[in-house]
Structures are given as structure tokens and as C-alpha cells.
Design a binder for this molecule. Structure first.
Ligand SMILES: N[C@@H](CCC(=O)N[C@@H](CS)C(=O)NCC(=O)O)C(=O)O
Length: 213
């Protein structure tokens, strides 16, 4: 398998999922600005929408959409309530947190009204997550790919006005998830690549969401 990814983007969760599942994979970096792959191709010829993650299976089939990729990697049986609960959280993270709250706050081109709108939606959504994490160490009753995705998205908060210190259960969760060997390995690897990406584009004035500085 091959995972197309950009450093510290949502595709980090797919890398974590692969490490958790002990599945061998090749990782192909996509520069989010130039859309060139690390092996010199135009990523839009592979995935016309230009989004990561994208999983290339050994038979050449392509699977897009993080939620689908994560479920494929996790291999949770169809038709079970556990599967539905996993989908419930993946859909929430993808649509309510990633796209509604974080994309407008992270996108330098988003107009101020879009950023205000995103901020106005943040509290209720983060409260929902915080309440769940007051009762449970993980989103489900054990670590799943939904945690890999949530951890990845929450990491972006440090370069937005969102203050996660208002949610102690989320802060404790971030620490807990960060301590997992799969997450530690994936995060450290991508942090280096992210620093290289920043250097490549000389965006030294941007706060680095690998370090918060
Ligand atoms: N619906 C897609 C969204 C993926 C997505 O937003 N990927 C971002 C990185 S986190 C991306 O590739 N952005 C590049 C772009 O918008 O051109 C999914 O869930 O996989």
C-alpha cells in the first residue's frame, strides 16, 4: 500500500492507523502548495481534487476520503454497532470539527466572516467532545482510528484562536494519545517533514503547529 500525505495534515491519522495496525506502507509526500509529490509527479494527475489522504492499494486501486481510509485500515466488521459508533465519530470529526471549525480558521484565504462563523460553531462541538472524554479515555471504549483523527485535528488548535485549556478532559486526552508509540512515531516523523515544508516555502512568520511557537 501507498499513502499519499502532507505533513501534519489530516492524513497523519491514516499514518497512525497504519502503525497501529502494523501494516507495511510506502509514504508519498504531497506538497500542499505545489501539489508535487516527493517522487516528482503532479498529484492532481493522481487525485484530481488534490486532497490528502489517498490510499493506493497493492492492485493499484485508489481509496480517497480519510473516514473511508481509516475504516478500511481498521477493518472493523460491517453491520456491528461498534462500526456505526466509529462512523458516528468519524463523521462528526470530519464534518463538524475538521471542515466546519478548523478549515476556515486555518485557511489564510478565508474571509473574516468565515472565521467568525467557524469560531461561533466551535464551543458546542468541543463541549460535545469534552463531555465524552470526561466519561471515557477514548471516543469509543478503546483506542480506535477515530482517536487518531481527533488527535490530529485537535493538534491544529494551537495555530487558531481556539483555547483548548478551557477543556481539561481534552487536554488530558491529547497527552494520553500523544504517549502512544504509534502516535509518537508518526508525529515525530511528520514534524520533521513539516519543518522542511515550512522552510521550503519560507513561511517563518507562521506559527508552527508542530511546536506551537
Ligand atoms: N474530504 C476529505 C478532506 C481532506 C482534506 O481536507 N485534506 C486536506 C489536508 S487536511 C488537503 O489535502 N488540503 C489541500 C487542499 O485543500 O488543496 C477527507 O476527509 O479526506
Amino acid at each position: 500500500m501507498r499513502l499519499y500525505f502532507s505533513p501534519l495534515a489530516c492524513s497523519l491519522s491514516s499514518r497512525i492507523a497504519l502503525y497501529e495496525a502494523n501494516l507495511p506502507a510506502e509514504f508519498i509526500e504531497v506538497d500542499p502548495k505545489t501539489k508535487r509529490t516527493s517522487d516528482g509527479r503532479d498529484y492532481r494527475t493522481i487525485h484530481p481534487v488534490g486532497l490528502v489522504p489517498l490510499l493506493e492499494l497493492d492492485d493499484g486501486q485508489l481509496l480517497s476520503e480519510n473516514a473511508a481510509i481509516l475504516q478500511f485500515i481498521a477493518g472493523v466488521p460491517e453491520g456491528s454497532l461498534e462500526r456505526a459508533r466509529l462512523q458516528e465519530w468519524l463523521a462528526f470529526i470530519s464534518t463538524e470539527l475538521h471542515k466546519t471549525v478548523f478549515v476556515p480558521l486555518l485557511d489564510a484565504k478565508a474571509p473574516p466572516q468565515a472565521k467568525d462563523y467557524a469560531q461561533s460553531k466551535a464551543a458546542a462541538r468541543l463541549e460535545h467532545v469534552a463531555t465524552r472524554l470526561e466519561k471515557s479515555e477514548y471516543l469509543l471504549d478503546r483506542f480506535t482510528v477515530a482517536d487518531a483523527y481527533l488527535y490530529t485535528v485537535l493538534n491544529w488548535a494551537m495555530v487558531t484562536p481556539i483555547d483548548l485549556d478551557r477543556y481539561p478532559s481534552i487536554r488530558a486526552y491529547q497527552k494520553r494519545i500523544r504517549a502512544r508509540p504509534s502516535v509518537d512515531r508518526a508525529f515525530k516523523e511528520e514534524r520533521v517533514l513539516y519543518a522542511n515544508e515550512l522552510a521550503r516555502h519560507a513561511v517563518s512568520s507562521v506559527v508552527d503547529f508542530a511546536t506551537g511557537r
